[in-house]
Each structure stands twice: as C-alpha cells, then as structure tokens.
Design a protein around this ligand. Structure first.
Ligand SMILES: Cc1cc2nc3c(=O)[nH]c(=O)nc-3n(C[C@H](O)[C@H](O)[C@H](O)COP(=O)(O)O)c2cc1C
Length: 409
C-alpha cells in the first residue's frame, strides 16, 4: 500500500516564483512570522466555528460546466461603481498590518494600484491616510470604525473626503470585540506581550530585524491623536480604542453618515437579509456581507449562505460584496455566480505581504487572476456576465432547498 503518497508540502522558502498558490504564500508567511502575529493573522473567535464555516460553505458548491463554447478569448475584469476592476476582488480592511511587514498598508496599496483594484485602509491601520491615499493610480477606500464622540468619526470622514477616497466602508460588526482567546494567551495584560511571545519573537530574526528592531513598535497613525497621551503604546492604544467603540451604533448613525458622506458608501459586516435590504433603503451603494473573517460572533453563518437571498432582496439596486475564506479563483467565481459583484480578500493578500511585502501581495493577486482566467476556460464561460446560479449545485443534496437551486435531473 502506498497510502497517502506522494507526500506534498507547500512551498515555505523565500523565492516568490515558487509560490504557485495562495497556500504557498501562507506557508511562507508562517515560516517568517512569530507565533503571536500568526495568531492575530489566522485565528477566529472562540471555537472558530465561524472561521471553519467560511471554508465549508464554499466547499458545498460544485460546478456544472458547459461544453463546446469558444473560450479562446476570456475577460476576467468586471465593473464596480462605474469603474473597471482587473479582477472582481478588493483588498479588505485589516488593522495592525505593520505587524506583518514594514509599511504594509502602503505596500498593499501599491500592489492594489499596480494591479488595478481598490485597497481599503482600516481605521486601525499603521500608515498615515495622507500617504496611502496618494499612492499613484490607487482606488482608495477608507474603512471607518465608529468609536469615541461624534467628532472622531466626523474628523475621519472629512479627512477621507479630502484625500480623494472613493468609498467609505463602515464596519458595523465589531462594536463589541470578539472573544479571541488566543489573544489572552499571547499577551500579559492589556499593555504587553507575554514573556514566551517575546522570546518567540526573538527566535524569528527575519521578522524581528526588519520590523520592530528597525522601525520600532507600530502606531495607529490615523487615530492615535484621539487616544489619551498616557495610553499611546501599541497594545494599550488598541485596547483603549476597542473600549471606546460606540455600542449604541444604530441605523440612525448610519443615516447621518450617509447624509455627510458624498461618495460611495459600503456597509460592512451585515449578516441578515432584512438588514441588507434596509441598507439599500437608506441609500448605501453597497453592502459587504461579512462575518469579519470568523473573528467576531462564533457559530455565525458564512456570507455565502445568505448571498442568493440577499441578491433576491435587493435586486440590482445596490452592489453586493462578500468576504470570508476566499483563497482560490474558484472561490471568487462561486461568489459571483451566486450574486456577488466582487469579493473582499483579507488573509489572501496578507499572506502575500507577510511573505514578501508588496511583491508578495502582488503575487497573491496574480495567482488569483491566473486561476480565475483558467477556471473561466474550464467552466466554458467568457466573462463574469455569463456566471449565474445555473453553473452551481449544492454538493449536499438536502441543502438544495435553501436556495431553490437544484441540479438538472
Ligand atoms: C488580521 C485581520 C485584521 C482585520 N482587521 C479589520 C479591520 O480593522 N476592520 C475591518 O472592517 N475588518 C477587519 N478584518 C476583517 C476583514 O476586513 C475581512 O472581513 C476578512 O478578513 C475576510 O476574511 P478572509 O481573511 O478569510 O479573507 C480583519 C481581518 C483580519 C484577518
């Protein structure tokens, strides 16, 4: 018996040309990063059932491909908010990116600009908005966390407007911080790392020398001014900001933001069809159906689970973005076929940037484009306009009724 042979491993070296999948970039990142950063990158809330569901939901769909279509010319670009996306992908907002690579916000933004997709900068980012927004050719998006008194959000919204930001992404699913138990294991209280995490960081010289040793601890450049002076250390300021999140955040606040914000408005973190319909009613331009990459409420559904019903509820009135677990071209195609306009990727490009900075992020996007292009050919579709639910069937037959989509007899 040969058993499980041949034995395979993802590539975990340092030559980007050898990374052929996003999982290779992930393996490269794992080798470079210390344990506490890896936990921050990978982990979810509590038992990580939501995190697992994101992957499982994708795995439930199988393709029914067409045949004998001329696919010698294929176009994997789409249009969002009237402008072209090279592939139907947007870089999701992620905080604390400096932990992964020096000036990682800038490096991700440069990769996005060169590639021709938007980059969303998080409220909890580490590079100044004024620098990131000026990256040549970038479709710049800013993600807003609503915290502190109203003047905080007003200041941030004004700055985003003045910096030429195309879309304001208001994240509404993190007013209460998810129960990330790993965080308690890697830290020693709210202001510092545990001794074992510090020791482990020293054992990762490629990360340590290029990061903290050269650049010092990261700062929350765009919001640190709102943090009391005695609480501006890296971990402490993150802790303080979390404690100031507006727990009374409601549709009224969103309506006020809508009045104030003149450009595209995206509400991120919705996971209920009625809420998605309401976002359309109050004049949002898009929703991002999301469970925050499995980091907030555990045992939540995956965005993909809601997608067909969400599309039915809002029709073509607003754009629908989804995220959670997208690592492959086939993942992106499934989301589009079920009704999404584009997907947000969080970890996929973070693996790239953590492995090799801007070139790594770019490699992640190149891999996704190559996969989408090849998969369009294999599916025998020529453009995103030809994608639809008829190309998919639930692998788990008793779940078919959930969407009304069934395999042909
Ligand atoms: C390390 C990390 C940090 C994140 N920080 C933020 C954030 O600051 N703001 C936000 O709206 N979402 C944040 N998210 C959620 C992402 O925007 C996105 O919803 C999620 O990563 C999508 O899942 P994926 O990582 O499987 O692609 C974060 C996710 C990760 C992995």
């Amino acid at each position: 018996m040969l058993g499980a042979s041949p034995q395979r491993q993802f590539y975990a070296g340092t030559n980007l040309d050898h990374a052929v999948t996003v999982e290779d970039l992930r393996a490269m990142a794992h080798r470079r990063l210390p344990g506490f950063v890896l936990e921050y990158l990978e982990a979810g809330g509590e038992d990580e059932a939501t995190l697992a569901r994101n992957i499982a939901a994708l795995a439930e769909w199988r393709f029914l491909h067409r045949s004998l279509v001329d696919v010698s010319r294929r176009d994997v670009s789409t249009v969002l908010f009237g402008r072209k996306l090279t592939i139907p992908v947007i870089i999701a907002p992620t905080g604390l990116n400096e932990l992964f690579w020096p000036h990682a916000d800038l490096r991700l933004a440069e990769a996005a600009a060169e590639f021709g997709i938007p980059f969303t900068q998080s409220t909890m980012s580490n590079d100044a908005m004024s620098r990131v927004a000026r990256v040549p050719g970038l479709r710049y998006w800013w993600q807003l966390y609503v915290f502190g008194p109203p003047n905080v959000r007003e200041t941030l919204i004004n700055r985003a407007r003045d910096s030429g930001c195309e879309a304001l992404v208001v994240t509404v699913d993190a007013q209460i911080y998810g129960n990330r138990e790993w965080h308690k294991r890697t830290t020693a209280g709210p202001t510092s790392l545990s001794w074992s995490s510090q020791f482990d960081a020293l054992l990762h010289p490629r990360w340590f020398a290029r990061g903290i040793l050269t650049h010092g601890m990261p700062r929350f450049e765009n919001v640190v001014e709102f943090v009391p002076k005695h609480r501006r250390g890296f971990f402490d300021s993150a802790h303080w900001i979390r404690s100031q999140m507006d727990r009374a955040l409601s549709w009224d606040t969103i309506a006020r933001i809508r009045e104030r914000w003149p450009r595209k408005l995206v509400i991120k973190g919705l996971l209920d069809v009625e809420d998605i319909a309401r976002a359309a009613e109050i004049g949002a331009d898009a929703v991002a159906i999301s469970n925050h990459g499995g980091r907030q409420l555990d045992w939540a559904v995956a965005p993909l689970d809601l997608l067909p019903a969400a599309r039915q509820a809002v029709g073509d009135r607003i754009a629908i973005l989804v995220d959670g677990g997208f690592r492959r071209g086939t993942d992106v195609i499934k989301a589009l076929a079920l009704g999404a306009d584009a997907v947000l990727v969080g970890r996929a490009t973070l693996y790239g940037v953590a492995a090799a900075g801007k070139d790594g992020a770019k490699r992640a996007l190149d891999i996704l484009r190559e996969e989408i292009m090849r998969d369009f050919g294999l599916l025998e579709v020529r453009s995103a306009a030809e994608l639809g639910p008829r190309l998919l069937v639930r692998a788990n037959p008793w779940l078919r009724h959930a969407t009304g989509i069934t395999a042909p007899a």
